[in-house]
Ligand binder design. Structure first.
Ligand code: WT7
Length: 650
């Protein structure tokens, strides 16, 4: 990490976007129409009157009944467009299916095995309506929760939209999460219905999703029905009266379904993300503000136009997929690629071949992938024609300048600006991000999106310049989360308690002399493994749930490819032999409990863990020891000898 920080601190290069791209960009045209000369004037006007900006953009969407108030801000509670009548699905789908985009392709789907499907807005509309009618038939009503556990197949966005259409709340669980993780989330949401699939392929291997679900479904008391997509038509157990195949359910359903007229502040979805305790946080987003925020950033950050072929490689199971594979692109009427497969399968040319095949113009991915392809070498992208690309994006973790340069040169051909977008599950939309008109510094996420005030503070709340501190957001934005599901207290404690009325992001950032933001990573006990947020506590509790384990401490070990890897120190029950084989067993256990992304790369057995006198595990000290840094003052520890123990385990 320190090499990385060093590189960031010394990065001075600036890259300007091509003149033609700037001239043609949505943001430049929008400013021209309003006589705004440049970026600084835009920011000034937005700071003076943020509601003016959001009102203008909200007007580009359809409202069943107009709002009269734009923002009501009673920190930490924001309401946007609250008295407007709205449904995001009307904007993402209905209006396109009934207008000139009717036969425009919404999704080009490709499976790992090379299968392809294309769905127009009209196709999507009819499928969504059929499922929405079926859900109503099953008794799903406004406000009911539906858990969705599907791979990256068209049925995933169809399921989300069908829920939202009838005012039900979807809670998508990433298909890479396994049984226990799914169970926890479905119980917390109190879902009536689960929508899942038989199986899918990853790296050629068959992943049996329905079988995984079967191991926990009986522990989720609220579940009434399980809808199963026969994606690969593999053998599955169907429980009489509870389980139903998607195709059987949709047979004969009407292709029209009234879209529920909702309030803008009605809940659209719950998406779980890792917090510092083992219990995931249910982040709540609403219809109106979320639609306006994702649409606006699609338009101004990704510069989306009707002739674009847009590809965000994120899985829909994460917020990036919710905002920038499903809602943002559909509201903008875009054509997107949906790929269900590993990025380097069957070979490292897969993504580049797809960019060439479909003529992708905007490509949004994660630094961990860029670094992986860097390792595979330039040969793979060079074998393909990537000249259709005009804009690149990055998200999920800080992109180191070397990876930025590689991406810029080898994928973007030095002509595509990189939008390094900083945001979170909680923010719902890009917060710190360049626009296509911005001069870029490799490794910096540029500056806050128009109207948003972000800052870096010391512990006392003073603004810092040139040094690292707490990254905070001082003004509300439309797509911000409204609360944590059924956990108001945690909402306030986690985000709004350190500094009054200021949103604490949990990241460390630095603002340089030109006002550019440099994000340095999390400041809490959350790991960022290949762009995925994983809480140390969640992995620890999975380890401790194994019958041979007494206690565990999990820390992040810096890794060139993944950003961080998971390292676990484990105390075994008495008389259990610490064998190599047992390490494998524990890794497999975590994998089964949470999913492949949470599997520890390192496991060390110890007799003791360094703790404070109040019994808190000192992960900071464990981490320092792990990466060979000075562990600092250990005098506050109850058991300083435990630090030497760690050494033996490595
Ligand atoms: C955390 C949020 C919404 C993006 C997908 C992850 C890190 C995200 C960047 C970036 C540096 C980034 C932060 C943030 N992060 N984007 N461009 N540069 N760090 O969403 O799972 O809610 O994780 O991802 O640490 O807090 P998430």
């Amino acid at each position: 990490m320190s090499d990385h920080l060093d590189a960031l601190l010394h990065e001075k290069r600036i890259f300007y976007p091509p003149e033609e791209l700037v001239k043609e960009s949505n943001i430049r045209k929008w400013m021209d129409e309003r006589n705004i000369k440049g970026y600084s004037e835009l920011i000034k006007r937005c700071e003076e009157d943020p509601e003016w900006f959001w009102d203008e953009l909200a007007q580009e969407l359809d409202w069943f009944e107009p709002y009269t108030k734009i923002l009501e801000w009673n920190p930490p509670y924001a309401k946007w467009f609250a008295d407007g009548k709205f449904n995001i699905v009307h904007n993402a789908l209905d209006r396109h299916a009934k207008g000139w985009r009717k036969n425009k392709i919404a999704y080009i789907w490709e499976g790992e095995d090379g299968r392809r499907r294309k769905l127009t807005y009209f196709d999507l509309y009819r499928e969504v309506n059929r499922l929405a009618n079926a859900l109503k038939g099953l008794g799903v009503r406004k406000g009911d929760r539906v858990s969705i556990y599907l791979p990256m197949i068209p049925e995933l966005p169809i399921a989300m939209l069908a829920c939202a259409k009838i005012g039900a709340i979807h809670s998508v669980v990433f298909s890479g999460f396994w049984a226990k993780a799914f169970k926890e989330r479905a119980i917390d949401a109190g879902s009536k219905i689960v929508i899942t699939a038989d199986a899918f392929h990853r790296r050629g291997k068959l992943i049996k999703l329905k079988d995984t679900l079967d191991t926990v479904i009986d522990d989720i008391p609220t579940i009434e029905k399980v809808i199963v997509v026969e994606h690969l038509k593999t053998e599955v157990d169907m429980k009489e009266g509870r389980d139903v195949f998607w195709d059987d359910l949709l047979k004969g359903q009407e292709k029209e379904c009234e879209t529920e007229i909702l309030g803008a502040e009605d809940t659209l979805f719950i998406l779980y993300t890792s917090g510092t305790t083992g219990k995931p946080k249910g982040v709540v987003h609403t219809h109106g503000g979320y639609a306006v925020g994702t649409y606006t950033t699609m338009k101004f950050v990704f510069d989306i136009r009707d002739d674009d072929i847009y590809w965000c490689t994120a899985d829909i199971g994460w917020i990036t997929g919710h905002s920038y594979v499903v809602y943002g692109p559909l509201i903008a009427g875009a054509t997107s690629i949906l790929y269900d497969g590993a990025p380097d399968y069957p070979d490292p040319g897969r993504l580049w071949k797809m960019i060439e095949d479909y003529g992708v113009t905007i490509f949004y991915t994660a630094p961990t992938l860029v670094r992986m392809f860097m390792k595979y070498g330039e040969k793979w992208p060079q074998d393909h024609d990537l000249s259709s690309l005009r804009l690149l994006g990055s998200v999920g973790e800080p992109i180191n300048p070397e990876a930025w340069m590689w991406y810029y040169e080898n994928i973007g051909g030095r002509r595509c600006p990189i939008m390094d977008t900083w945001w979170q599950t909680e923010t719902g939309m890009h917060i710190i991000t360049p626009l296509p008109i911005s001069p870029l510094k490799p490794g910096s996420a540029y500056k806050p999106f128009p109207t948003i005030k972000a800052d870096v503070l010391d512990d006392d709340g003073n603004s810092l310049r040139g040094e690292g501190g707490h990254l905070v957001i001082k003004t509300p934005w439309p797509a911000m989360f409204r609360t944590l599901y059924k956990d108001e207290k945690r909402y306030i404690e986690s985000y709004w308690s350190k500094f009054p009325n200021i949103y604490l992001t949990g990241d460390v950032g630095r603002i340089d002399e030109d006002g550019y933001f440099w994000i340095q990573g999390r400041e809490d006990d959350i790991l960022n493994v290949a762009g995925h947020r994983i809480s140390t506590a969640e992995v620890e509790s999975a380890l401790v749930s194994h019958p041979l384990v007494v206690e565990a401490a999990v820390v992040g070990k810096p890794d060139i490819l993944k950003g961080e890897e998971i390292a676990a120190f484990v105390i075994l029950k008495e008389d259990v032999k610490p064998t190599q084989h047992l390490k494998g067993v524990l890794r497999e256990h975590v994998r089964k409990e949470i999913g492949p992304i949470a599997t520890p790369s390192y496991i060390g057995f110890v007799d003791d863990l360094p703790k404070t006198r109040s019994g808190k595990i000192m992960r900071r000290i464990i981490k320092a020891k792990l990466i060979g840094e000075d562990v600092g003052d250990t005098s506050t520890l109850a058991n300083p000898e435990a630090v030497d123990e760690l050494e033996k385990a490595l």
